[in-house]
Design a protein around this ligand. Structure first.
Ligand code: GUN
Length: 302
């Protein structure tokens, strides 16, 4: 980040730093939660198969969970795992009082239906917020567990905007993991929402109307500089590994960052923007789930 001139560096939203402060705060809250006589919060992460990127993600989740003073339970299942076997494991995890949060890493192998699996997690342990109970709560604007990546994006936006009332927020990408819950969260902040997807006729023209632009498509470099309204806040959820001319690889987002930086008012870098917030929010949700189990909270997300 220090390679940018100061007037541009000031535009960067420091996801890494914000995630570190959040994780530190959660660590302190976990200590006092345990000191009050509550159980150590426990997070179970289930990985099916050996997708290298997913393996890195789940190992990072386990490391950060330990660092925050929580218990981590890892379940690594073979690629050939049958859906019934995974459902049997989830039933055991649902019944285990040491476990307050359960996450099944996506994507899953083709023989397993991710909708069936996410709905088999008890709603009060669904720290990914992807099951129909938590998704329904979010769409009704009532307390529940909120998906980690959009929750992290919201926190980054709140670091820039005290009040988002009346702003036009455009979300590019309508996935259940990011785009749809992001739109619900922005609606709750009193934004006017547009969601662009693969069938949207002129996504560029829509994006140019956005005071807040959240991009989650997985298509690296999709959003060019001329898609951005001058002064807009841009949150880039994309993360793709691409080869460099020197024969190495580097991580890039869905936004053409060098073009966007001079035009945006504020923008997240890749890496170091949204990515670190996702794990921090998973820890936040796990503590929240433990608090709900101990009857200390009604279950508010923020
Ligand atoms: N794979 C990529 N992102 C996520 C996420 O937020 N949750 C789960 N369960 N799997 C993912």
């Amino acid at each position: 980040m220090s390679t940018f001139p100061p007037e541009l560096a000031g535009k960067l939203i420091d996801g890494k730093g914000i995630a570190r402060s959040l994780t530190d705060r959660i660590g302190r809250e976990v200590s006092s939660f345990i000191e009050q006589g509550n159980a150590v919060p426990g997070l179970a992460v289930v990985l099916v198969g050996n997708d290298p990127a997913s393996e890195v993600y789940v190992k990072n989740k386990a490391i950060q969970t330990h660092r925050a003073g929580m218990r981590s339970f890892m379940h690594m299942l073979p690629q050939s795992t049958k859906q019934e076997e995974l459902l049997e494991l989830l039933a055991q995890l649902n019944a285990n009082p040491q476990i307050h949060g359960i996450l099944v890493q996506l994507p899953l192998p083709p023989q397993i239906d991710p909708v069936v699996v996410t709905n088999a997690i008890a709603p009060h342990k669904d720290v990914d917020g992807l099951g129909e109970v938590n998704a329904g709560r979010l769409s009704l604007g009532i307390d529940g567990l909120v998906p980690c990546t959009p929750l992290g994006c919201l926190m980054l936006l709140q670091s820039v905007h005290k009040d988002m009332t009346g702003k036009h927020a455009v979300v590019i990408g309508a996935s259940s993991l990011v785009g749809k819950p992001m739109a619900q969260l922005l609606l709750k902040q009193n934004c006017t929402i547009s969601v662009a997807h693969i069938h949207t006729r002129d996504t560029r023209a829509l994006a140019r109307e956005a005071d807040i632009l959240v991009v989650a498509t997985g298509k690296h470099g999709l959003v060019r500089g001329d898609w951005i309204k001058p002064g807009a806040t841009v949150i880039d959820v994309g993360i793709t590994r691409v080869p460099t001319p020197e024969g190495r690889t580097r991580l890039v987002g869905d936004v053409a960052f060098e073009e966007a930086l001079p035009i945006a008012g504020h923008i997240t870098p890749v890496p170091g923007g949204v990515g670190p917030m996702t794990i921090a929010c998973l820890l936040h949700n796990t503590l929240q789930a433990a608090r709900v189990t101990q009857g200390q909270s009604k279950g508010e997300a923020l």
